[in-house]
Design a protein around this ligand. Structure first.
Ligand SMILES: [Zn+2]
Length: 284
């Protein structure tokens, strides 16, 4: 039974891939709370109600998205960066492009845009969306990649306060007498990462895999990265998945209460992604 080619089939859940890893901060880092800190510093870090540092899934996903945007063209894939005019990549995630392309499309239909059903509209959006928006989502479509909040594994247990100097943008010199301080979480903090991909194609896996190789080697995250904050790398990367067309994997997924054990092992992550990256490079 194959429904993959029907309009409805395109939107069915067919597979999931789960990527788990340990994120280790090699330097101090900060995700700002947007207000004063607990230490009464001017710029606080984001903490949970018990005072433990938080690493929101939205921050991780945003950073993963920008890593994928940087790598997309090397893999022959498209990234509009949500600005089609600037990048020249056609994508209806850009609201102006959506309106223009939608109006052109409507002219080709005998009954106008209203004559198409939901499935046709979703398929049309899919065909006019860049590779990165297809995976990460955009204002007009849900993404298929989800990143959970980091789960704190260990940290030094203290918040550091650093001095900042207000710099005049024009003269690029310090403004005398104007200082502020900001909080950071020390180096050595470790979080567990949980990334889920739905219905990922081999080319999408190549893109995410390339980003994982980069993160394994080291990247940066959060605020004040230009001052050397937020350097991190990944360790203990594992991949597992579920193929819903496989009866054993389907039943295991539906009847296992432990979220980790619901997925089946997909082997060595480097081998898994390397194969798909090579395939993608060979096809572009
Ligand atoms: Zn896009």
């Amino acid at each position: 039974m194959s429904t993959a080619t029907s309009a409805v089939g395109v939107w069915q859940l067919r597979s999931k891939l789960l990527i788990q890893a340990t994120l280790v901060f090699d330097t101090a880092w900060r995700i700002g709370s947007g207000r004063e800190g607990q230490t009464l510093s001017d710029l606080g870090v984001l903490l949970d109600p018990t005072g433990l540092p938080l690493l929101p899934g939205s921050s991780l996903k945003g950073r993963l998205r920008s890593t994928c945007e940087q790598l997309a063209s090397i893999l022959g894939m498209t990234a509009c960066m949500l600005d089609s005019d600037a990048t020249g990549v056609e994508c209806v995630s850009d609201v102006d492009q959506y309106k223009r392309l939608r109006a052109e499309y409507a002219k080709t239909l005998p009954g106008g845009a209203a004559s198409t059903g939901t499935d046709q509209r979703l398929t049309w959006i899919d065909e006019h969306t860049c590779d990165v928006c297809k995976l990460f989502g955009s204002p007009v479509r849900r993404g298929r990649l989800r990143v959970a909040d980091g789960q704190l594994l260990s940290w030094p247990g203290v918040i550091e306060v650093r001095d900042g100097v207000v710099v005049d943008r024009d003269s690029r010199t310090a403004v005398e007498g104007l200082k502020y301080d900001y909080e950071t979480v020390p180096a050595g903090t470790q979080f567990r990462l949980w990334i889920e991909l739905e219905n990922a194609s081999d080319r999408e896996l190549a893109l995410v895999g390339a980003a994982l190789f980069e993160w394994a080697g080291g990247s940066s995250l959060g605020g004040f990265t230009s001052r050397g904050l937020g350097r991190f790398h990944l360790e203990n990367i594992t991949i597992s998945g579920v193929d819903f067309s496989n009866p054993q994997e389907r039943i295991k997924y539906l009847t296992t209460p432990d979220p980790e054990k619901r997925f089946s092992d997909r082997g060595d992550w480097q081998e898994f992604f390397q194969k798909r990256i090579e395939q993608q490079l060979g096809s572009c």
